[in-house]
Write a protein that binds this ligand. Sequence first.
Ligand SMILES: C[S@@+](CC[C@H](N)C(=O)[O-])C[C@H]1O[C@@H](n2cnc3c(N)ncnc32)[C@H](O)[C@@H]1O
Length: 296
Amino acid sequence: MKTTSPDHSKISPTAKLVAYFRQFSDIPFSRDVATLIHAEDVLKNFSQGTNLTPEFLKWAALAAEIRYKSIVSAIKKEGITQVLELASGLSFRGLAMTEDPEYIYVETDLPELMQEKQQILSRIISNHGLKERKNLFFDAVNILSFPEIESAIRHFKPNHPVAVIHEGLYHYLSMEEKERAARNIHSVLSRFGGAWITPDFLTNAEHEGRLQTHSELQNIAQGVQGTTQRDVHKTGFDNQQQIVDFFSHLGFRSRISPQIDGSYQLTAMQNLDISEDEFKNYKSLNFKIWILTVEE
Ligand SMILES: C[S@@+](CC[C@H](N)C(=O)[O-])C[C@H]1O[C@@H](n2cnc3c(N)ncnc32)[C@H](O)[C@@H]1O
């Protein structure tokens, strides 16, 4: 299994999988996206014909809503109003957050994905009668390319902090790619100040623990590995200290907070009739948000 293939576009179809699970929440535009991309068919492809139980659907919908909302909440808690989202996939957090004119938001992903995203964006704009936003930008950026990142940050006000965020990307990267991506983000934060905010730094045990919750997840993980040609087990972190040390060596200071902190509403609970016990089981997995700043 190749883990260092430069063809990152093989990872792009996974954006549609996440978009499927987001539709059971009140995350803005998530239902439009799921309908427009026929997300149901995407899920069928990834699950390789396995029957998906309602319990699994509830779990995955919770995961998608919590991951999305915990990032929004962390950006707000940090008090940062300029956001560079890498690997934004078919999530439209920028379109949602720039309703507030205080924010400047740049949504980015690989070029092919961004082309598809532009078409979906046009449909959403027309469905919702949205006006043009002067504080929202869509750029093609590979996290490994500093020139592409540099071009995307031209939209920001100098001397104002930036939140660099991503969800669902970092575990696909090889160790060399992880380091390159981190150095690029370090350069952005050294220039603007701000924070790198992501739920993406999982230990192998956390990743394994997640897979063990539902057999369907293991089938989907196999489908994802086949499509992306990336074996996340070979490129994971052994433990939390290794994560802290890895980023410390690259000049970052790390903080960790729980993804579930009561700061936002979880609408999938009601929409999918999720019980308190099911929620407690999910919560016991203890997923985190990492907040990294540049060491002085
Ligand atoms: C699992 S999806 C997550 C998308 C989105 N963040 C979400 O939560 O819906 C992974 C995303 O990473 C993007 N990606 C893969 N390699 C990348 C790279 N080298 N630079 C930037 N984006 C990349 C893919 O195109 C895809 O959209």
